[in-house]
Design a protein around this ligand. Structure first.
Ligand SMILES: Cc1cc2nc3c(=O)[nH]c(=O)nc-3n(C[C@H](O)[C@H](O)[C@H](O)COP(=O)(O)OP(=O)(O)OC[C@H]3O[C@@H](n4cnc5c(N)ncnc54)[C@H](O)[C@@H]3O)c2cc1C
Length: 295
């Protein structure tokens, strides 16, 4: 049972509350994951400290080489941000897929990461975008690569009873770089992903060769999974239907999905995965060409 619900006024206020109530208190943002987990007794907290009224956490800022998205920023804000649409189309698309409009209006990108589900849409996109999380604990600021924030399914490296993630940092795209996110689902709203794929592609100056590509797939393991062989294959090879097809096939070989009543059989998902990877790569390449006014 929740004894106290506290709206923190600042980051230090939230951390002070956690320290004063050591082991009893936990951070809450939108509550769309946490309140269910508390009701199901998967998590326990007597006191909740809400961080959504901390104005410095509600901002999306573009710095010289990176973008920072504050921990109180919702999926709706992300989907609608012109900066995110321009620099990180994969993230804008991924946040736009989360739950329903009501869910997106209150739930945060940071909550999506810390809940640590393998197919968390926002986290899958962030993994392809080489993002880091930034957190405060006991007065010290540290950062952690997104991939290291996952310890396993539902297990985060962040201790939300003592540490406060202040935001996500994403390197701004280089020249001829763009990203895409594709999701397979059973219906258009409030559906869990059967598969989701995010890519981040960099092409050379001629736009006819890959420099590199990040390919992240989920849920095919305990966390968003890089298709490492496919990523290695796409270094410095020409952009052709054949290289894209080969990369997509390699990615499927690296995936290890389980058969699931909700998400479909293992065989079906392994067969359909290359199509999603191919589409995501094609989409990112089209975007780069469009950015170069070639389309
Ligand atoms: C009906 C429904 C549909 C959904 N559909 C999808 C979907 O399609 N795709 C998808 O990816 N997710 C989906 N979700 C899951 C959920 O909405 C997302 O994971 C959401 O982004 C969580 O954000 P939140 O702000 O609500 O997190 P909360 O529930 O507030 O918190 C989640 C966890 O993160 C911790 N936490 C939050 N903020 C911080 C912080 N700043 N520092 C430290 N710890 C923190 C909390 O203590 C908690 O453990 C759905 C949920 C529901 C209820």
């Amino acid at each position: 049972m929740i004894e106290e619900y506290y709206f923190a006024k600042s980051v230090s206020d939230a951390l002070f509350f956690l320290k004063e109530n050591q082991g009893q208190a936990r951070i809450i943002a939108g509550g769309t994951d946490l309140l269910l987990d508390l009701a199901d007794e998967k998590k326990h907290a007597a006191k909740l400290v809400d961080i959504t009224h901390i104005s410095e956490l509600a901002e999306i800022t573009v710095e010289e080489n990176f973008m920072r998205i504050g921990a109180a920023v919702t999926h709706t804000q992300i989907t609608r941000s012109p900066h995110i649409q321009k620099h990180f189309p994969a993230l804008a698309a991924a946040s736009g897929k989360v739950g329903s409009l009501q869910i997106r209006n209150i739930s945060t990108l940071v909550g999506n990461i810390i809940n640590a589900q393998p197919a968390a849409d926002g986290a899958v996109a962030l993994s392809a975008l080489d993002a880091r999380i930034e957190m405060m604990s006991e007065g010290s600021l540290s950062t952690l690569p997104l991939d290291d924030a996952y310890l396993g399914t539902g297990k985060s490296a962040v201790n939300s009873q003592a540490q406060l993630v202040t935001g996500v940092i994403i390197p701004l795209p280089q020249k001829n770089q763009s990203s895409a996110f594709i999701r397979l689902e059973q219906r258009k709203a409030l559906a869990l992903p059967m598969l989701n794929v995010a890519v981040n592609v960099t092409l050379d100056a001629s736009l006819e060769g890959f420099v590199r590509a990040a390919i992240v797939m989920a849920p095919v393991g305990p966390k968003p999974t890089h298709a490492m062989e496919a990523e290695a294959f796409l270094q410095n090879v020409p952009v052709t239907p054949d290289t894209i097809r080969q990369a997509a096939q390699l990615a499927a070989k690296e995936a290890n999905p389980r058969t699931s009543l909700i998400r479909g059989s293992r065989e079906y998902r392994i067969n359909v995965l290359p199509v999603l990877v191919q589409r995501a790569l094609d989409q990112a390449i089209q975007q780069i060409k469009q950015d170069n006014h070639l389309m």
